[in-house]
Design a protein. Sequence first.
Length: 344
Amino acid sequence: MTLVLRTRRESFSVRIPLRPVVVGAVLALVTLALAVVAMGIGDYPVAPGEVVDTLLGGGSRATSFIIETLRLPRVLCAVLVGAALGISGAIFQSLTGNPLGSPDIVGFTSGSATGALVVITLLGGSGLQISAGALVGGLATAGIVYALAFKRGVSGYRLVLIGIGISTLALAANDYLLTHARIEEAVAATVWLVGSLNGRGWDEVRPLAGALVVLVPAALLLSRSLRLLEMGDDAARVLGLRVERARLAIVLVAVALVTVATTAAGPIGFVALAAPQLARRLTRLPTPGIATSALMGAGLLLASDIAGQRLVGDAQLPVGIMTGLTGGAYLAWLLVAERSRGRG
């Protein structure tokens, strides 16, 4: 079904597919419900109704402190990181025309990790310095992949293959840095590499939210150019698109999204891979949508974080471990499905 919106004199009209709107609304409600659940679990359980009451200004001082100071930043960080990864994955999968065209598969997440490890193990940095290193590493990796993939333009197939190769090199560099670091630095680096939301506070949420305020509208503005590129470079040129300039702008936005997500929570795998494909299957669109992929990514990361806190009793599994467990199974299923369709 399609919803058609018209002006009174019918001088302007827009067609909106109804199913993606409904799917997006359902995903938003599910994410909201997961956020309420996440803020209620822990050493001091809080009922969902009390969580909502506290967020609306009620609740005791103790409950307000627990919800607003300790748990709300973690939940917001999960939502923002998941949304950023979902959007980045949707962009890369649309741009490459490949469900494996995810930033964690083609090396950008590994490159961010390399930048952070250089700061931790060689420079002895911490905090904002690690975040800056991850940002520089991600952007540098993207530049290398893009430059090597460029040959009278950038094809999605070449971008994925070169990205996988660069990812392997970055992982080898990460292992080298870990094995040659002092024990204290190696432990700190290993903890960061797992990918975790533990201890995340407003200091991580504020810069992440500020970056997404700029990057998400940019991704939405570039979505039309992305749709034209999906038709092929020749067709996009005929329709007046400056292909390479548009592709470079789209890649920069997608890399910036995955990089800021990595700086906030460490390298979290498979969300950028799985969220766009799951959203595409629910909406039944030919390519992943940016909004639904963002909502799916936020919901997936929140659900993984909740599972990590509850599955093994008092211990808390980092969210990166949970997404790795579920993502590995999803990747195996995706490869089998692609092969059964004659693409593997």
